[in-house]
Design a protein around this ligand. Structure first.
Ligand SMILES: [Ca+2]
Ligand SMILES: [Ca+2]
Length: 402
């Protein structure tokens, strides 16, 4: 046993020794090779704008500026968080265009444009590789590449230049073809993404940071469309078609408060669900948002899935890792997999309080119009013990969701 252990340690030691030796050798050779091939001349790379603020659904341009040398071609590697941003080729599904443009058409259409997932986990990173060639004589003109991304989610997103992989080639002072060293002053562009892009009808197109009169950027036409939200709801305790078949429900649209609020009339269906439609007349092609649903006797629910579900009534939570997607045309939003909890009765104040409880308790057995309007939660025509036990259950949740 002891002998085996000794042998094991010996092997382990030899293994580590080998790693150190070969690792060191590789490092040395690598250093040497780098020096051999590099020109000693540096090209300056900047990402611009270094910071910008966008709304969810907005398109933005991030520029890669290269200057200081006679540039002829580049292989760019940029890393971005794909949960926050999508690259042009990802959201323009089916497009044949690369979406890449350059200042003064310095570069031709990319020879290669590839997106590869890198890493995993809560921040799924992707890497964009672009191979760009200029067919004119290597020139000291600043080369600027315009890349388009779309904002997906609230937060801070960065696009980072991978300096270990990126290459820029061109001609040195003696007109020999070389790889330039990279000196980057701004190697990450930061985008702050705000709430809903609902009010943004056209994506804003920033002007390139290097001002040149002849610059032309080509963009696909901004599609504007109207969207209809076809919503289905399920209210706690209402399992059949009631006498009163209409209900006004507040629908807030936005990723967070403050959001814009519309009143939508919902109609009772035979199976106990309710349907309502909301038309949004003008919007950018598609965007991500959350909906805040509040029934007339209910707590507000934040929903951020097109078809949310829950295992126990009222437990669904918008986890903020994604938002429901709204596109032009009809949007089927089936929320019947989650319960709209009752208990915040008129006059509503955003929580289930002692007053709500007391009202129902004091009106048990009351069928009057006024008491039904306020305290009949299951819409069976009477304020009764069913309504009271329902509000007791809902006390666990108590507050409107924001
Ligand atoms: Ca209340
Ligand atoms: Ca009732």
């Amino acid at each position: 046993m002891n002998n085996m252990k000794k042998q094991l340690y010996k092997k382990l030691f030899l293994g580590i020794f080998a790693i150190i030796v070969f690792g060191g050798l590789f490092y040395y050779v690598n250093q040497y090779l780098t020096r051999f091939f590099a020109s000693g001349d540096a090209v300056t790379i900047n990402l611009s704008p270094a910071t910008q603020t966008r709304k969810i659904g907005d398109e933005m341009v991030i520029n890669v500026d290269m200057s200081g040398q006679k540039i002829s071609a580049t292989e760019l590697y940029l890393t971005y968080d794909s949960s926050m941003l999508s690259y042009y080729k990802e959201y323009m599904i089916g497009t044949t265009s690369s979406g890449v443009t350059s200042l003064n058409n310095f570069f031709q259409e990319p020879l290669i444009s590839e997106i590869t997932p890198v890493g995993s986990g809560t921040s799924p990173m992707k890497q964009l590789k672009l191979s760009l060639v200029s067919l004119s004589t290597p020139s000291t003109l600043p080369a600027q590449v315009h890349l388009r991304f779309k904002a997906k989610k609230i937060g801070t997103a960065t696009v980072t230049l991978d300096k270990t992989k990126t290459k820029v080639t061109g001609a040195n002072a003696s007109n020999n073809a070389v790889y330039f060293d990279l000196s980057s002053t701004v190697s990450a562009a930061t985008v702050t993404i705000m709430g809903t892009g609902l009010e943004t009808i056209t994506p804003s197109i920033p002007t390139p940071s290097v001002a040149t009169p002849s610059v032309t950027l080509t963009y696909p036409p901004n599609s504007t469309a109207s969207a209809t939200l076809k919503m289905k709801l399920k209210f706690q305790g209402i399992n059949a078609i009631p006498t009163e078949k209409k209900m006004n429900v507040e629908v807030g649209i936005g990723s967070a408060s403050p959001y814009s609020v519309k009143t939508v009339e919902f109609t009772a269906q035979d199976n106990g669900t309710w349907t309502g439609e909301l038309n949004l007349p003008s919007m950018s092609s598609s965007y991500y948002t959350a909906l805040f649903i509040k029934g007339p006797k209910h707590l507000r629910k934040k929903v951020c899935d097109n078809k949310p579900t829950e295992t126990a009534g009222g437990t669904y939570k918008c986890d903020k890792n994604g938002y429901l997607k709204i596109t032009g045309g009809d949007n089927d939003l089936d929320f019947t997999g989650i319960l709209m909890l009752a208990g915040d009765i008129p006059v509503q104040d955003g929580l289930i309080s002692a007053l709500d409880l007391a009202y129902i308790r004091q009106n048990l057995g009351n069928k009057s119009e006024d008491s039904r309007q306020r305290g009949d939660l299951n819409l069976d025509g009477i304020v009764d013990t069913q309504d009271f036990s329902m509000i007791l259950q809902t006390l666990a949740f108590k507050y409107d969701e924001e």
